[in-house]
Design a protein around this ligand. Structure first.
Ligand code: HEM
Length: 490
């Protein structure tokens, strides 16, 4: 009997181990199969490694790696695997227009992410979709238009702030920390538009606002999201805590707006929002929404710093353009204050700015979108909730459109009569339903900044610092490395 008991328990142990082993094997087979299983009739593309997908292969320039993969799999729409999700990426201007413009509503979602939710509590504009996004975006367009965006009021705000910046450049004496000073000036312009307020460059609130960009931008950079979190977990969490501090600063400014609110004299974005909150019937006009909306605009607005920074780098590296543009400014603007009305007669400055946008794409892969229903694109079936990237860098470097795309050559945007040619193949602000809300502000900032600075100063490299077109690995968007330069009055 004892022998029989021993035999049975040995058999049990063995069977337990066996069952465990089989279960593990079955789970592995399931994971393996589900890893390789794609939705039916889905665009072709690489799968990479289980769980991580193609992330380990993306390197420092995911847009270039993805572009090479597009040549191999599909130059129009490709898929790839990342995390538990199958992503698609739009690779050429035709597919981008078809998806983001013609089928724009179906592609207007943002991927769901617990990280976004932690930061925004489902509020704001950049990370939300559905009814809240529709209502708030409509309001944003109305409010910015009513504030005179693209017309005189905006020109005045920008001119005033860049005058302060120009004086700061001149009084610096030695070389200027380009990105820091640009960031402060650009932040002040956005603060004026949103809250009717600017800060001295050494004000601690200015520091809080400009540093806050890291919180959202590092999260926005979805491709590196996973890596950022794991490699820098402590720092990322500290930044999350900063988020609360920052929102408190905005809440205080909003409270003071409420105390002084005058419905007949709405002066800024916050006033327009308060008006909706008090007197209209929208669903999402709450204090919390206003805080997050203001924060989203402040952070998104800082993007212009990067474009201005690249512009200065190009002026320092390719000095011939400074002389050409300075002459044009002298002829067209002279002693007047630069405004957008001057730009029609300034082909050299406009083509310079368009080439900066093309050659140094800021949002190389755009912000991620999400399909809001099952859709058909270029003959493929793409299920609801599929995350979508847009390879803006590839469009800006498409050799079918641009001869020697890697060369910085503003002359390519002039026709045979020397007239500026606007290109539909340059989409720094993306296109369609979720196109950048601040495009008009950004375009006015870029034009007025360069008209003012190149007209007044000769810009020179700082001898001590090598200057390159390499991007800053610490930046979430494609940004120049910190650099210094000097100015000399013309
Ligand atoms: C050169 C400067 C800028 C560039 C290159 C740029 C580019 C972009 C891009 C590529 C997007 C994503 C569009 C999409 O999801 O398809 C975006 C969204 C956005 N941008 Fe800009 N931007 C700039 C400046 C600004 C400024 C100055 C503001 C406001 C003050 C702003 C506010 C926004 C907002 C609110 C969104 C989100 C729109 C939405 O989700 O509906 N941007 N921008």
């Amino acid at each position: 009997f004892q022998q029989l008991t021993m035999l049975t328990s040995a058999l049990h142990c063995w069977m337990d181990d066996y069952i465990c082993l089989i279960t593990v094997l079955l789970i592995l087979i399931y994971l393996w199969l589900s890893w390789y299983r794609k939705p039916k009739n889905f665009p072709p593309g690489p799968r990479g490694l289980p769980i991580l997908g193609i992330v380990p292969y993306l390197g420092k320039h995911p847009e270039k790696v993805l572009s090479k993969l597009a040549d191999k799999y599909n130059p129009s729409v490709m898929s790839f695997r990342m995390g538990r999700m199958d992503w698609i990426i739009l690779n050429d201007i035709e597919a981008i227009n078809q998806a983001l413009v013609k089928q724009g509503e179906d592609f207007s979602g943002r991927p769901k992410s617990p990280l976004f939710d932690m930061l925004t509590n489902g509020c704001g504009l950049v990370f939300v979709d559905g009814e809240r996004w529709k209502e708030q975006r409509k309001f944003g367009i109305m409010a910015l238009r009513s504030l005179g965006m693209g017309k005189r009021i905006l020109d005045e705000i920008i001119n005033k702030e860049f005058e302060v910046l120009a004086n700061h450049f001149e009084s610096s004496g030695s070389s200027i920390d380009a990105m820091t000073s640009l960031r402060k000036a650009v932040t002040n312009i956005t603060c004026e538009v949103l809250m009717g307020k600017r800060f001295e460059y050494n004000d601690p609130v200015m520091e809080i606002i400009t540093e806050h960009r890291f919180v959202l931008l590092s999260i926005m950079d979805l491709l590196h999201n996973i890596l950022v979190l794991f490699s820098n977990f402590k720092k990322t969490m500290a930044r999350f805590r900063e988020n609360t501090k920052f929102l408190q600063s905005i809440a205080e400014i909003i409270e003071s707006h409420k105390r002084n609110f005058d419905q007949n004299n709405k002066k800024d974005f916050v006033d327009y929002f308060i008006d909706e909150m008090l007197y209209k019937e929208g669903n999402y006009f709450t204090d919390e929404q206003l805080c997050h909306y203001t924060r989203d605009l402040l952070v998104a607005g800082i993007n212009t710093t990067t474009a201005l920074g690249w512009g200065i780098v190009c002026l320092l590296l390719y000095r011939g353009h400074q002389t050409k543009i300075a002459k044009e400014i002298q002829q067209v603007i002279g002693d007047e204050t630069p405004t957008l009305h001057h730009q029609d007669r300034m082909p050299h400055l406009r083509s310079f700015i368009q080439e900066v946008h093309r050659c140094r794409s800021i949002a190389t892969l755009n912000l991620p979108h999400r399909t809001t229903r099952d859709v058909r694109l270029n003959g493929y079936d793409i299920p609801k909730n599929t995350p979508v990237l847009t390879n803006i860098w590839r469009v800006h470097n498409d050799p079918r459109v641009w001869k020697d795309p890697h060369k910085f050559n503003p002359g390519r945007h002039l026709d045979s009569n020397g007239k500026f040619v606007h290109s539909a193949h340059i989409i720094p602000f993306a296109c369609g339903y979720r196109r950048c809300l601040g495009e008009r502000i950004a375009r006015a900032e870029m034009f007025i900044f360069f008209a003012k600075i190149i007209g007044r100063f000769e810009l020179n490299k700082d001898d001590g610092e090598p200057l390159t077109l390499d991007n800053d690995p610490a930046g979430a968007v494609n940004s120049p490395k910190p650099f210094r330069f000097t100015v000399r009055r013309r």
